[in-house]
Design a binder for this molecule. Structure first.
Ligand code: NDP
Length: 330
């Protein structure tokens, strides 16, 4: 089977049965088209939103049509003067082993410059999300305190490292002792908190942030965020990048009691969507590539092998089975 379709819209947690494997004809390229073969497929928490039909900033996936995500593919055959056989390309593409596409929205990527999978992670939308969410909404200043939730994941691990480059006190929240250890040993965070073994998040944040919290980069939402927000400082900035702790909830959770902390601290909370900042992608990509080259940034990947394991790799994001970026090698 060479294609993965959305079979049903998940109720709560997505299941394997929400996906369907089928064989679809590949065809041959003509008229500027290229034939490509998927090499690496990105699985991302935001795909959960597109599997449901609720109104959002991107249209929902259609039932019985392929799921799409970031893919790095090799050009096998080309009827396009810019793309040659053997080139590697990336873009948002259907979950197919091979496909004929019009490449106008694809970019070439260079395997000599960086491993191909990194164009889905630190050198792709993950890195841009971390950099632009932190700088555009977090507006961090040297010496301030930054808290990151989902800290050992793809976006969070980059946010914390950028925080350190910019001279902040950085605290990360993640879901295992192993991940927390990695935050300090590999990514250079000042402190990590395991939310699964901490019964009082507000106190844990207060202990880890003696000067309070100036910037909160939130990937998770829910109770972790409540614990952070009661510790915010005057004029704090809160970037809401994601809310994986609530994506699978079937009803809206009870009202939270953190609003008074926002009011009394004149704090600014703003939702962040990376695609709103496309005019800054060039500059941000350059900076990320430079830091990576200078070894100021490091990255972690969880690489799953096999096209047939794409749905499971996606489901595993909700169990915290990944460290850093979850990528499937086809
Ligand atoms: P991650 O690599 O962070 O993977 C998801 C991680 O979330 C898991 O490893 C797990 O880590 C954690 N997690 C899962 N369930 C829960 C839960 N119930 N409570 C707390 N933590 C949980 O994914 P990404 O870095 O790709 O994405 C991070 C966030 O950023 C997501 O919310 C995503 O939707 C958002 N995003 C937003 C973008 C935008 O433009 N707004 C663009 C890209 C991503 P642990 O073991 O620590 O629980």
């Amino acid at each position: 089977k060479n294609t993965i379709l959305l079979n049903s819209r998940p109720e709560g947690k997505p299941q394997e049965s929400d996906f369907k494997f089928v064989n679809q004809e590949v065809g041959t390229p003509s008229n500027n088209e290229i034939l490509i073969e998927s090499k690496y497929v990105s699985v991302d928490p935001y795909l959960r939103g597109r599997m449901s039909d609720a109104k959002s900033y991107v249209p929902p996936f259609k039932l019985n049509e392929p799921i799409t995500s970031g893919i790095v593919a090799e050009v096998l055959q080309s009827e396009n003067s810019y793309f040659k056989k053997g080139d590697f390309v990336t873009g948002n593409l259907p979950w197919k082993k091979q496909q004929v596409v019009n490449p106008e929205n694809l970019q070439k990527v260079d395997p000599e410059k960086a491993p191909l999978s990194t164009y889905l992670g630190i050198l792709g939308l993950t890195g841009l999300t971390a950099y632009l969410g932190l700088t555009e909404i977090g507006k961090p200043k040297k010496g301030e305190t930054l808290v990151v939730s989902g800290a050992a994941g793809a976006v969070g691990s980059v946010v914390g490292q950028i925080g350190k480059i910019l001279g902040l006190h950085v605290v990360g929240v993640a879901g295992s002792d192993e991940k927390v250890e990695m935050l300090t040993s590999k990514f250079g965070f000042d402190k990590g908190i395991n939310y699964k073994t901490t019964d009082n998040m507000a106190k844990a944040i207060a202990d880890a942030c003696p000067n309070g919290v100036d910037v909160y980069f939130d990937n998770v939402g829910g109770e972790i965020s409540d614990g952070v927000l009661v510790n915010i400082n005057k004029f704090a900035r809160i970037a809401i990048c994601g809310a994986i702790a609530v994506y699978n909830k079937t009803s809206i959770p009870k009202a939270l009691a953190v609003q008074p902390f926002l009011v009394k601290n004149s704090a600014l909370m703003q939702g962040f969507i990376v695609s709103n900042y496309q005019d800054k992608f060039g500059e941000a990509s350059k900076q990320l590539a430079q830091w990576l080259q200078e070894d100021k940034l490091v990255y972690e990947e969880t690489m799953v092998k096999g096209f047939e394991n794409i749905p499971q790799a996606f489901l595993d994001l909700f169990e915290g089975k990944n460290k850093g970026k979850m990528v499937v090698q086809v």
